[in-house]
Design a protein around this ligand. Structure first.
Ligand SMILES: [Zn+2]
Length: 216
């Protein structure tokens, strides 16, 4: 399989509706990207959890998932599970994110996600970020919304293991959830790895892409 390569990747905007969404959906990708590009600028927006222990967890986790990056983290206080009723605030938050970074890549939830907060945020992203490629991560859940992603990012076995270890270390508030375990995270990564002929991978949904085939 031939891989498409993004060149000149220096600034990345990452978005999550809840603390831990980014780490679960794209933690291995963030680790890979940041280790390969010291000083890469990552600007993170998380819509809920601000002012609670979850914000502390999220800040420590994102610092660990983005080693060597110039990392900005904003955690807001929108209510979990209530995004449709807070649409204006969410839209303003995503618009404000764009004033903090002009990204080469955007990573966020995807519009087919069954959780209304994830789905709502995913629908806001292309209304604000219209230039750069956008990747929509997947989060395994009760609703059973795993579909057929179109973009795969292979993870080294070491990175996949590190992702799982960091998820366990940094989100003690989530460890009681029945799906929050090593088997779930590595299992999905293994399946996505099979689908792109590697050991492990994270997969993403992508809408619109602009190609540049003219060379470097
Ligand atoms: Zn979530």
């Amino acid at each position: 399989m031939t891989s498409a390569r993004l060149t000149g990747l220096a600034k990345v905007a990452v978005l999550g509706a809840h603390c831990d969404d980014l780490a679960i959906g794209a933690g291995g990708t963030l680790l890979t990207l940041c280790e390969a590009r010291p000083g890469v600028e990552i600007e993170a927006l998380v819509l809920s959890g601000g002012g609670t222990e979850r914000e502390d967890e999220e800040r420590a986790a994102l610092a660990a998932f983005c080693p060597g990056a110039r990392l900005g983290v904003t955690v807001l206080k929108l209510r979990d599970g209530r995004l449709p009723a807070q649409w204006e605030e969410a839209k303003e938050a995503v618009t404000a994110l764009r004033t903090r970074i002009e990204p080469d890549l955007v990573i966020g939830p995807h519009p087919g996600d069954a959780h209304q907060d994830h789905r709502g945020l995913a629908k806001l992203i292309p209304t604000v970020f219209r230039g750069p490629p956008a990747l929509g991560y997947e989060i395994v859940k009760w609703d059973g919304d795993l579909g057929r992603p179109s973009v795969y990012h292979p993870l080294s076995p070491a990175t996949a293991e590190r992702k799982v270890a960091l998820l366990h270390e940094h989100y003690p508030s989530q460890r009681h959830r029945p799906w929050y375990d090593r088997e779930a995270f590595l299992g999905l990564a293994r399946i996505r790895g099979i689908e792109c002929r590697t050991r492990y991978a994270e997969a993403f949904h992508s809408g619109k892409l602009t190609l540049d085939l003219a060379g470097d």
